[in-house]
Design a protein around this ligand. Structure first.
Ligand SMILES: Nc1ncnc2c1ncn2[C@@H]1O[C@H](COP(=O)(O)OP(=O)(O)OP(=O)(O)O)[C@@H](O)[C@H]1O
Length: 446
C-alpha cells in the first residue's frame, strides 16, 4: 500500500461527506446570524471511501442517482471539502463537472477559452498554439466570437469539452452526464479521451452508460447510498450495477447486501456449475472443463430461471473451443415459476472487454413470442450461429422477457453465463472482432 500511495495519481482516503439538511431555508440563516441551537439534520452523502488510481489508469464511477458520484468528484477536484478524510491528486488536472464552471457568460467563446484554459493551468503560449484545434473541435463557426450567453446548452458543452480535453491534463475528470452533444460530437469526445489515455494520463469517468464505461475504463467502482460497494473489473462491476438498477424497494436492499458480500471473483465462480440435464456429452477435444466464466452475474428471478447454458457443435456435442467458420448452437433451459404471457428469449455475445458484438431475440416481433406459459413449464431455447469471430475469448448473455401492460419486462437474465474461445488458426486474415472476408485477399501485380 505505501508504495502505491507514493506513486498513485489520485488517492482517496476515508472520505466522508455530510450535508446539513434544514427543514426551512430560513433556519440556515437564523443559525448563521444568531447561532441558534442546531436546527438541521445531518445527511451522509459519502461514507468512508478509500481507493487509489494509478497513473495511466481509467477508473469508471457508476451508481444510481444520488449515490454520491458528483460529491466524490467535487471533493477530488477540490471544489468541495470532505467532512473527514483526505484526497490527493498529482499533476495538472482538468475537470468537466459542472456546466459553466470557469466560464463568464458575458465574454465571447474565444475569450472564455482563454479564461478557462488559464484556469486549467495552460500558459498563454500553449493556448495560442492550441486555439485553432479547440475552435475546430467545438465547431461553433462564427459563434466563437459571440457572447457565451447567446449559446445553446449544447454549444456551451462543446466549448467546455473542447477546452478541457485540449489542455493535456495529467488527470482528466469527466462527468459524462454533461456530454449532451449529438452522437458525432460524443464520438469525437471519446476519441479525444482515448488519445489522452494513450498519452499516459489518468482518467476518472462518471457515467450512467455501461457501454461507455466498458469501452473506456480499465477499472470501475460502484457507489450506492454513499458507500463503495465494489471496486474491480468494469464488466463485473457493471453487471452488478445493472442488477442494482433493475431492483427496487426491498429487493434493492438485498441485492446491495449481496454485492457487498461478493468478493472478486464472484461467488458464482466458486459454486459448482449448475448441473446440466445432459443429453449433450462434451467433445473433450473441443471442451476444456477448466474454461468457466469468472464473471457470471445472475439477476434476480421474476418468474423464470435460466440454467444449463451451453454451446453445441453440429453433432450436438458440448464444446467451448470453437473454430472459425463453423456453425454452432447456443442452448439454454428456462424453468418458469410463474404464469406469463408473450414470452421472449434472447442471447448476446460479448468480448472480454464487454463490447456487445452480436445478439438475437425472439421478442422483436409479436408472432415470434410464446403466447403463454404456466408455472412449472420448461423450455429448451436454441440459437444456431456461425462463428465468424476472430480468435479470442467471448461470453454469452441470456435473457427471458414477458409482456406486462404492453411493456417488455425481464423475467431472468444471466450475464456471462457461458464462455468460449475461438482457436487461433494459421490462415486467419481478419482483425478486429468479426471476420467479414468472403475469400482470401488478392494482391495483383500491375
Ligand atoms: N448541497 C447539498 N446539500 C444537501 N444534500 C446534497 C447536496 N448535494 C448533494 N446532496 C445529496 O447527496 C447525495 C449524493 O448526491 P450526488 O449529487 O453526489 O449524487 P450523484 O450520484 O452524482 O447523483 P446523479 O447521478 O443524480 O447526478 C444525494 O442524496 C443528494 O441529494
Amino acid at each position: 500500500m505505501p508504495s502505491d500511495l507514493d506513486s498513485a495519481a489520485i488517492t482517496v482516503r476515508n472520505v466522508s461527506k455530510n450535508y446539513r439538511l434544514y427543514s426551512r431555508p430560513t433556519q440556515r440563516l437564523a443559525e448563521a446570524l444568531f447561532s441558534r441551537k442546531k436546527s438541521y439534520r445531518e445527511f451522509r452523502a459519502l461514507s468512508d471511501i478509500s481507493f487509489d488510481v494509478q497513473p495511466g489508469e481509467t477508473l469508471g464511477i457508476v451508481g444510481r442517482n444520488g449515490s454520491g458520484k458528483s460529491t466524490l468528484l467535487q471533493i477530488i477536484c477540490g471544489t468541495l471539502q470532505p467532512t473527514s478524510g483526505s484526497t490527493t491528486v498529482r499533476g495538472r488536472i482538468a475537470a468537466l463537472l459542472e456546466l459553466g464552471a470557469g466560464f463568464n457568460t458575458e465574454f465571447t467563446g474565444r475569450e472564455n477559452v482563454y479564461l478557462n484554459a488559464t484556469i486549467l493551468g495552460m500558459s498563454q503560449k500553449e493556448i495560442d498554439e492550441r486555439f485553432p484545434a479547440i475552435e475546430a473541435f467545438a465547431g461553433l463557426g462564427d459563434f466563437i466570437d459571440q457572447p457565451v450567453k447567446s449559446y445553446s446548452s449544447g454549444m456551451f458543452v462543446r466549448l467546455a469539452f473542447a477546452t478541457a480535453i485540449h489542455s493535456d491534463p495529467d488527470v482528466l475528470i469527466v462527468d459524462e452526464a454533461l456530454a449532451v452533444g449529438d452522437e458525432a460530437f460524443q464520438r469525437k469526445c471519446f476519441a479525444r479521451i482515448e488519445h489522452i489515455q494513450a498519452s499516459g494520463a489518468t482518467v476518472l469517468f462518471v457515467s450512467h452508460a455501461p457501454s461507455s464505461v466498458l469501452q473506456l475504463c480499465s477499472r470501475a467502482i460502484l457507489l450506492d447510498d454513499g458507500e463503495m460497494l465494489m471496486d474491480g473489473e468494469p464488466k463485473t462491476v457493471i453487471g452488478q450495477y445493472q442488477r442494482l438498477m433493475n431492483a427496487s424497494g426491498e429487493l434493492a436492499t438485498s441485492v446491495r447486501e449481496e454485492i457487498l458480500n461478493v468478493s472478486e471473483p464472484s461467488q458464482a465462480d466458486n459454486e459448482p456449475a449448475p448441473k446440466a440435464e445432459v443429453e449433450h456429452a462434451p467433445n473433450l477435444d473441443f471442451f476444456d472443463p477448466h474454461l468457466v466464466p469468472q464473471s457470471t452475474v445472475e439477476y434476480d428471478t421474476e418468474g423464470a430461471q435460466i440454467h444449463d447454458m451451453q454451446i453445441l457443435n453440429a453433432d450436438g456435442q458440448r464444446v467451448n473451443q470453437l473454430a472459425m467458420g463453423q456453425n454452432y448452437t447456443l442452448s439454454y433451459l428456462v424453468s418458469f415459476t410463474e404464469p406469463a404471457e408473450n414470452v421472449g428469449f434472447g442471447m448476446l455475445i460479448k468480448s472480454v472487454g464487454g463490447l456487445e458484438i452480436a445478439g438475437a431475440t425472439t421478442s422483436r416481433s409479436k408472432h415470434r413470442l410464446l403466447p403463454s406459459v404456466v408455472s412449472g413449464d420448461k423450455r429448451r431455447v436454441r440459437f444456431p450461429f456461425a462463428c465468424n469471430l476472430v480468435p479470442g475469448t467471448y461470453f454469452f448473455n441470456g435473457g427471458v422477457t414477458r409482456e406486462i401492460d404492453g411493456e417488455m419486462i425481464f423475467m431472468h437474465r444471466i450475464l456471462d453465463g457461458a464462455v468460449f474461445k475461438v482457436a487461433l488458426s494459421e490462415d486467419v486474415y481478419a482483425t478486429g472482432l468479426v471476420d467479414i472476408l468472403t475469400g482470401e485477399p488478392q494482391i495483383d501485380n500491375l
